[in-house]
Design a protein around this ligand. Structure first.
Ligand SMILES: C[S@@+](CC[C@H](N)C(=O)[O-])C[C@H]1O[C@@H](n2cnc3c(N)ncnc32)[C@H](O)[C@@H]1O
Length: 216
């Protein structure tokens, strides 16, 4: 009762509200993000919730991992750990590699930690309770999945770019034209000659990119 009153008078953070829904179980539903010119029928896609990537994007992540066989995957924005685990499934199928993923909200981090611990895939995952803008990762990154707070995605790419394998891939989620900021960041980085960009039409949009420097 106390908690309900607190929620009533204090605006609850979106991540925490969705986590409470998730605690009741993972349920698939049609995507309800706004239709756009590039993706006029979002309801053809499915989602668990509006924070976790579309199910089709989760499938894509797993397939990209089995296709390019990364040794090191870095993900920013773990949320409840669902995308992390689809990537980890790909790593398990490959029999190699690891994912380092960061979530800066302590409450959200604890929830992801529990999901990952119960998944049977924990050996493939290194979960960190820190910000993507402070996280330090050793080694060359073969797959970088940027899925944290939208306004900082450009900074994330710039920060990790020197470590990204020019034969690897950069994925930036939420690059739909209606969400704007990530799409604009990706196109800006492309105009500067730092990355080459392909825009995949999904309800929330996905950039598939590659670092230009070092590519032969
Ligand atoms: C869109 S959700 C991630 C969804 C998740 N990748 C999935 O598809 O299952 C974004 C998450 O990033 C976290 N976040 C925001 N800014 C961050 C930062 N600077 N570093 C790490 N995590 C951050 C938020 O707390 C939120 O849980």
């Amino acid at each position: 009762m106390g908690l309900d009153l607190k929620r009533l008078f204090k605006k609850e953070k979106q991540e925490h509200r969705i986590l409470r829904q998730i605690e009741r179980g993972d349920h698939l539903q049609p995507e309800y993000h706004r239709a756009t010119l590039e993706c006029p029928r979002p309801e053809w896609w499915s989602m668990f919730d509006s924070m976790t990537a579309e199910v089709e994007v989760l499938e894509f992540l797993r397939t990209v991992v089995t296709t390019i066989k990364p040794e090191l995957v870095v993900e920013t924005g773990t949320f409840s750990g669902i995308s992390t685990l689809w990537i980890a499934e790909g790593l398990k199928a490959n029999g190699r590699g690891r994912i380092v993923t960061c979530e800066f909200d302590p409450k959200v981090y604890e929830s992801a930690k529990a999901r990952i611990a119960a998944s049977g895939l924990a050996e493939w995952v290194e979960l960190r309770n820190e910000s993507s803008l402070e996280m330090k990762v050793e080694g060359t990154i073969d797959l970088f999945f940027s899925d944290s707070d939208m306004p900082i995605r450009e900074q994330e790419i710039r920060r990790f770019l020197p470590q990204i394998n020019p034969y690897g891939l950069i994925l930036m989620h939420d690059a739909s034209s209606h969400l704007k900021v990530v799409r604009e960041a990706a196109l800006k980085l492309e105009r500067e000659g730092l990355i080459s960009v392909v825009l995949l039409r999904t309800p929330r949009g996905l950039v598939v990119a590659q670092k230009r420097e070092g590519r032969k």
